[in-house]
Design a protein around this ligand. Structure first.
Ligand code: FCB
Length: 445
């Protein structure tokens, strides 16, 4: 495969999913600690209390990333580690952890891509209303400023919020993620506040980092595709579904056009978010790049003139029950390239697949022959390459995930890692997908 020489080959993780050490060095509680403590929320009643023990094993994990030939690592900062109550008192030991991590990455020749928020909100802020409270835009901007002052002499790539759709709708309306609420109005208000917080954090990072900073957001997408691309009805169904697509309507449009989808606003009725004068200008200021997370697509047929989502029986599905469709990533990249008029560099900040793995040991030599995950990754990387050839400005690809980890409400029952983790011993083993990634990424070194 042909990629530009300076292409970013990265692996991604998030703090709560890998760090563990939830009670160490003054870390405050997060909404995920609380959620995991609530019976029935996590499928296997587990938590991120230990996870991959990355908080203690970060040196080895940096060596692991280096062994994959990756030239970039996307990680997230746990807000409650550095500000145990979300605002106010700073925990120096928390700052020191990320300080050392960043130094270690740079020494290993790996560029840090820091995400400020990947879902572990300090519990004290939830008690003050969390994302539903408009004040969170300022709490988040203060936290962003603290991190930019601490790491901004070495970190130049910043991501504000990971998947604000999950932060708002999945967590406040569907109730599947912390804080587990089911309220349409709250979800839409939270969505608006995530974007306001994103805009304010971009300003804070740019103002406080001592090196010129690149700042952007990470949005998730499930492109709407026709069930059968040769059937005009299905094509129409996908078009209609796209008009109501929440990922574009609630996130791409406000960030890049400065307004919410009129269809979604109208549909929301009294649940539409309250917007104050000046908000949309903060939300739609210049992004240095757009990070996009993509795992699957939605397939649509037409029924009584309306789009209905259907299962594509002919396709392969992952253990998450997500259809494998690399063409979705390709069309998404072309769409976002057009949406941003080619002026905003794109990064695939997450892409990967969960399948059950088998660790095979022969003579002390352990292997995981994860053919399906390998094929998934190569198929999506190839789809990315085709988009670049057609002119999309894609600067990098991050595999989700560096290693098996705590998959939120699915606990430890999903395996997205290209590195296998034995949770009893914390031993890491490169899967075949990691070996394939290493070969591809070798051109980056
Ligand atoms: C994304 C999340 C990431 C991981 C993958 C499978 O939505 O950002 O933390 O859970 O899905």
């Amino acid at each position: 495969m042909m990629f530009p020489n300076n292409f970013t080959w990265g692996v991604a993780t998030s703090s709560y999913q890998i760090e563990g050490a939830v009670n160490e060095d003054g870390r405050g509680r997060s909404i995920w600690d609380d959620f995991c403590d609530t019976p029935g929320k996590i499928i296997d009643a587990s938590s991120g209390a230990v996870a991959c023990d990355h908080y203690h094993r970060w040196r080895d994990d940096i060596a692991l990333i280096k062994s994959l030939n990756a030239n970039a690592y996307r990680f997230s900062i746990a807000w409650p580690r550095v500000l145990p109550n979300g605002t106010g008192r700073v925990e120096q030991r928390g700052l020191d952890f990320y300080d050392k991590l960043v130094d270690g990455l740079l020494e290993a020749g790996i560029e840090p891509y820091a995400t400020l928020y990947h879902w572990d909100l300090p519990s004290d802020l939830q008690h003050r209303g969390g994302w539903a409270n408009r004040d969170i835009a300022e709490w988040f901007a203060d936290y962003a400023a603290l991190m930019a002052r601490t790491l901004g002499d070495r970190v130049t790539q910043w991501m504000t919020i990971n998947e604000p759709w999950c932060v708002s709708f999945l967590s406040h309306e569907i109730g599947e993620h912390a804080p587990g609420l089911r309220d349409a109005k709250l979800a839409r208000q939270a969505a608006h506040h995530t974007l306001l917080a994103h805009g304010r954090a971009m300003q804070a990072v740019r103002a406080c980092a001592s090196q010129p900073a690149k700042v952007g957001i990470v949005l998730n997408y499930e492109p709407c595709l026709p069930f059968d691309a040769n059937n005009p009805d299905d094509v129409e169904a996908a078009r209609l579904a796209d008009i109501q697509d929440p990922f574009h309507g609630w996130f791409t449009y406000p960030v890049f056009r400065g307004y919410y989808s009129p269809e979604l606003m109208a549909q929301s009725g009294p649940a539409a978010p309250n917007i104050q004068p000046g908000d949309m200008a903060i939300i739609s200021q210049r992004n240095d790049f757009l990070g996009l997370n993509n795992y699957t697509v939605g397939r649509f047929c037409l029924k009584d003139g309306k789009p209905v989502r259907v299962r594509n029986e002919a396709a392969e599905y992952t253990l998450m029950d997500w259809e494998v469709a690399p063409e979705g990533l390709h069309s998404l990249l072309m769409r976002l390239h057009a949406e941003t008029r080619g002026q905003v560099p794109l990064y695939v900040t997450e892409n990967g697949a969960s399948f059950a793995d088998q660790l095979i040991s022969t003579d002390g030599d352990a292997r995981v022959h994860d053919e399906r995950r390998t094929a998934y990754l190569l198929g999506h990387i190839e789809a990315t390459q085709r988009a670049i050839q057609k002119g999309a400005d894609v600067r990098g690809y991050f595999a989700w995930s560096l290693m098996d980890n705590f998959e939120w409400a699915k606990g430890y029952q999903q395996w997205f890692g290209i590195v296998h983790v034995d949770y009893a011993t914390q031993k890491r083993t490169l899967k075949d997908s990691a070996l394939a990634f290493r070969t591809l990424a070798s051109r980056a070194r």
